[in-house]
Design a protein around this ligand. Sequence first.
Ligand code: HEC
Ligand code: HEC
Length: 331
Amino acid sequence: MLMAPTPMSALILSCFLISLSDFRIPSGQAPGQGGVTPMPPVASSPAGNPSTPEKVALGRKLFFDPRLSGDNRMSCATCHVPDQAFTDGAPRALGARGKQLPRNTLSLLNAGFRETYFWDGRATSLEEQALHPIQSPDEMNQDLKALESELSAVPEYATQFRSVFGTAVTRDAISKAIAAFERTLVSRDSPFDRFLAGDKSAISEEARQGWEVFQAAGCIRCHHGPTLSDGKFYRLRPGAYDRGRGAVTGRPDDWYAFRTPSLRDVARTAPYMHDGSLETLEQVVVFYSRSAPAQLSPGLPLAIEPLLGRSYSEIGPLVAFLESLSGAPVK
Ligand code: HEC
Ligand code: HEC
């Protein structure tokens, strides 16, 4: 609707302009940095672990096998459920003996495209990562030596390891097979991908507006590239308990910083944030518009500024955009 330029509409217009300028990108960062790009169809394998269909099949079997845990009750898929984009739907997962873990379960979709693993980036390859949950007393609580003998005693496994790796069952081969399987978990065919490829009707008008806001608000500064993550670590909310990246590097600058999560299939990975404290995408967007500098710990600046002045009418479009990033379920 076109309005005559009355003093009232001029006032509304100037408020709108002020709110746009409040929506600023914190200094020192280039906006956009490449935008959002399509998902490559496959994740490449490292030289030391070339993928074969047989290795992937073995990795898949191990991933779903509860024998990998100390009490034979928990598999990787207990927490990384295929129907829930390989997360578990809980704020924080329950590990061995029902103990609650300190962090929200990460989705394994597109794990093959990351450079570091875990919310704090403490592992640097999928091969290295796989042995962490198996051994952790709070997760699968399994002794690796015991696991090697337990699986060697299963004739089918003994044959499969020999044909895929030419060895007996070893921890090294277990981790390589699981990593090869994880590299096949790639998000695909989301409405937003079809939109990027030129089909302008693939997403709703509301989602398209949300995509504009996502860029204008600087979300894209950190959430860009094929997985909508720059792989870097930021402090978004001060927390007194989990030092995040800071506990890995020992640098006070990294305290309470966590890796930018991928936003692919994000509508299926609730609840959100490293501690699972936000239940819905709407709550996440509201968090971004409200997170006030007043919450700052002394001397520890946050990596974001609140989206001051944005009206509630922009929350719906941002949520619709985030929902358009979910594609066909991967199993
Ligand atoms: C008890 C629940 C639980 C089990 C069992 C479990 N995980 Fe996880 N997984 C998690 C949680 C929680 C995180 C995030 C932990 C963190 O960041 O500190 C995670 C993180 C990961 C990541 C990192 C993803 C990323 O984006 O950085 C990978 C890969 C992974 N798990 C694979 C596995 C594999 C393989 C197994 C089986 C060998 C397994 N997990 C078993 C809960 C679990
Ligand atoms: C400075 C970098 C940065 C900017 C800018 C940014 N994010 Fe994030 N985003 C992150 C990090 C880091 C986390 C995880 C924070 C944590 O758990 O402590 C996150 C978490 C999220 C999550 C939760 C995902 C999950 O799986 O838990 C969503 C959704 C999200 N951001 C959307 C947005 C939107 C929408 C905007 C713009 C309004 C935005 N982000 C701006 C870095 C950023």
